[in-house]
Write a protein that binds this ligand. Structure first.
Ligand code: HEM
Ligand code: HEM
Length: 190
């Protein structure tokens, strides 16, 4: 199982980053939407701490993912793919990267403006971005965190829809190679 991506498919590390971050973001969204509805109970406090810890983990993984991805080239697009689709895919992927970076950063920013604690899984403290309470920027940071999240949801509908369309309508390798990696050499000469 090659670690690096090749002309015909994604390497193991890209796939590991893609699917682990995808699963963490789905869990994170569920925890986030659920925790804000809870009454002020110890459970709410625990859920907030968990949300922040998972969120900071996602931020670290996204930074590593981007660093690794910059050292690699993308596998070739399916033969005959129209130019507008290549551009649309590139633009969507770029926007996804921007959002999965900006959402945890905005959460960290909001948490800092609220002067709330930030302890990674009960292990160690992470610093504040604002150095204390900031009542002016606090509601803006929260609005940003929420708005970016809904942008991500909308973009994911397009992203997942495109992946399924490639797989079931185009019957090409786009989804398969993100799940299983580079194609094996087939017999028959094509
Ligand atoms: C990819 C990462 C993240 C995702 C997808 C995410 C998603 C969400 C969602 C969906 C909500 C509920 C919004 C609402 O309906 O009011 C939320 C709230 C919140 N998030 Fe995040 N979040 C992420 C990262 C973070 C990080 C890193 C922090 C802090 C270090 C954070 C801090 C918060 C806080 C404090 C709230 C509660 C806001 C309130 O009091 O209403 N989030 N997040
Ligand atoms: C939170 C969830 C997800 C996020 C943030 C996300 C993000 C991304 C990003 C940024 C890329 C571009 C990779 C690169 O060029 O470096 C990508 C590729 C891809 N994603 Fe996702 N993804 C998510 C969920 C999914 C799901 C659920 C599916 C399948 C149903 C999927 C299928 C794919 C496929 C097939 C590619 C490769 C596209 C290609 O080869 O050009 N993704 N994803």
């Amino acid at each position: 199982m090659p670690l690096r991506s090749t002309e015909s498919g994604w390497g193991a590390l890209v796939r590991l980053f893609h699917w682990s971050i995808a699963i963490l973001i789905l869990a994170q969204a569920a925890v986030g939407l659920w925790m804000v509805q809870l009454g002020l109970t110890p459970e709410k406090v625990r859920m907030f701490a968990l949300h922040k810890s998972i969120g900071m983990t996602i931020l670290a993984l996204v930074l590593l993912r981007i660093a690794w991805r910059m050292s690699e080239r993308k596998p070739a697009d399916p033969a005959g793919m129209p130019r507008w689709q290549m551009i649309a895919a590139r633009a969507t992927h770029l926007a996804l990267y921007v959002l999965i970076l900006a959402i945890p950063l905005s959460g960290w920013w909001f948490n800092s403006t609220a002067n709330a604690p930030l302890v990674w899984f009960g292990w160690f403290n992470l610093p504040s971005l604002t150095g204390g309470l900031d009542p002016v920027w606090k509601p803006r940071a929260l609005l940003l965190h929420q708005t970016l999240f809904w942008f991500l949801v909308a973009l994911l509908v397009v992203h997942v829809g495109a992946a399924l369309w490639h797989h079931f309508r185009q019957r090409d390798d786009v989804l398969r190679r993100m799940v299983a990696g580079p194609a094996k050499r087939r017999g028959g000469g094509n």
